[in-house]
Design a protein around this ligand. Sequence first.
Ligand SMILES: C[S@@+](CC[C@H](N)C(=O)[O-])C[C@H]1O[C@@H](n2cnc3c(N)ncnc32)[C@H](O)[C@@H]1O
Length: 395
Amino acid sequence: MPYIITEERRDVYREVSHLSRIAKARALTGDGPSPLHPIYTPRLNPALLMPQLPKNGLSSLSLFSGGGGLDLGFDLAGFHHVASYEIIPVCGDTLLGNRPSWQIFSGVNGDVRKADWRIYKGKVDVIHGGPPCQPFSIAGHRKGSEDERNMWPEFTRAVLEVMPRAFIAENVLGMIDTKFSQYIDQNVLTPLKQYRIVTFKLHAADFGIPQSRQRVFFVGFRDDVDYDRFEVPAPTHSFVHLQTKRRQSIKIQTSINFLDLFDDERDTKSRCMGVREALGLPDIGIDALAPTMRSGFTGPRNSTSIVNSAASVKLWEQLEIWPNGVGESREKAQLFVAKNGHFRLSVQDCAIIQGFPETWRFSGSVYKVLGQLGNSVSPPMAYSVATTVSRSLLR
Ligand SMILES: C[S@@+](CC[C@H](N)C(=O)[O-])C[C@H]1O[C@@H](n2cnc3c(N)ncnc32)[C@H](O)[C@@H]1O
């Protein structure tokens, strides 16, 4: 269920957050309760899920780049980065901080509505991007094409002006709801009819990420041969063990059809860690995929919580992890003891839960980092798409 709150409830949250700010300030000056948890060493290193591949001779242009989930996946898969376009300045800072040699357009210069894509014609093999998903997200109001944040027409304009060999667009699952089928026809399939398009959904845990997170992908090819060679990325990991446990003890939303499709295959894959194991937390007899992380750039502003739904609060509790007031560092998270004694997350932990290697540094304050994380495609998922697309394009 989406998180819908009344004004009264909002007032309660305001008060709680005020008190929490005071408690945090005291804790960080050493005037709070003694830490209950050591600083744990994570067991999951997302870098190992996506080893750097040699340059493949293909180039990619990134739209709606955010904090770089897709960009990083394509980079590690061997693509040459041509440029990134992103309207939020702090996202541009993150991209440039990690890849100083990249061409990054951010802020007003990164607004895709102002770009003339024809300068890239003949210079780009692939365009990728995640047009803002709020118009389709269950957490938003689902206005589709009437929502002014609907950027799909801009994405298709870029593809038609550049005519790359392939495009990759991703979005939230809400977009393939039957309610939007006409929208997809009119705004994606019809304008891009010169491309043959494959649509599929992926689950982050199929690629070793300890989070319940699914995305839908639209991959289009200009050439029939490339299209015929394309195969939907196969899962590298199994999370059936976490799923079974979750089904027995914790009831949360799951896509049964999708699970049925891959259950047999998952058994032969590497084991996906649960979130506790991934973060190096001690065994408490239960582990599970983390609930989907919310985006800090949507819903209530400046939030340092990653809670996405009322149902997820229960799961975080069972996992004995505190998902609110995320710490700026592991040291600060340790000092600020959660009232219920549960393990408080830091932004570094959240990055691991989203599949970013620790070497990828995010710019900005905690809520801005969480915004970039919550908006992103998990890089190992992006990597799996990038490698399958490159296999189709390389002869
Ligand atoms: C779903 S996020 C993309 C996340 C990214 N693909 C990743 O993997 O990290 C959508 C991004 O589009 C950006 N955006 C929205 N309107 C834009 C515009 N007019 N021009 C450029 N970027 C825009 C948002 O700021 C947001 O970062």
